[in-house]
Design a protein around this ligand. Sequence first.
Ligand code: ZN
Length: 150
Amino acid sequence: MPDLDDLYQELILDHYRRPRNRGRLEDASGRAEGYNPLCGDRVTVFVKLDGDVVRDVKFEASGCAISTAAASLMSEAVRGKSLAEARALFRKFHGMVTGAQPPGNNGPELGKLEVFGGLNQYPARVKCATLAWHTLDAALENRHETVTTE
Ligand code: ZN
């Protein structure tokens, strides 16, 4: 897949090689598993809610660089956010990577998450980047089914 080279930007590779917040949360208030059959990516997300604040997020992942880096960057982005803020971030991120909604100036700042902005050119890779977010969404509701991107 030679045309993917330019996607593997430094930040994505850095988070793939040294994922932040990787591991399990023994006192999680919610967890969910996600699977992207298109690429074989798997992720488990653990969250600890304190009222409606996401106090802690951890994850375990196996899969491609994009899926692991996306989980790492997601965990950094939503830690300390309210549920509403975390969901707004997901909506904006989803709109950006699918190309449905260019980021613009409305809503939350995407910050580092903008590194995935070029993915809307690669529909198959979009699922790698959104898997952790769909799984986060399920973990926040403590839904126990496996989330798939299909
Ligand atoms: Zn993948």
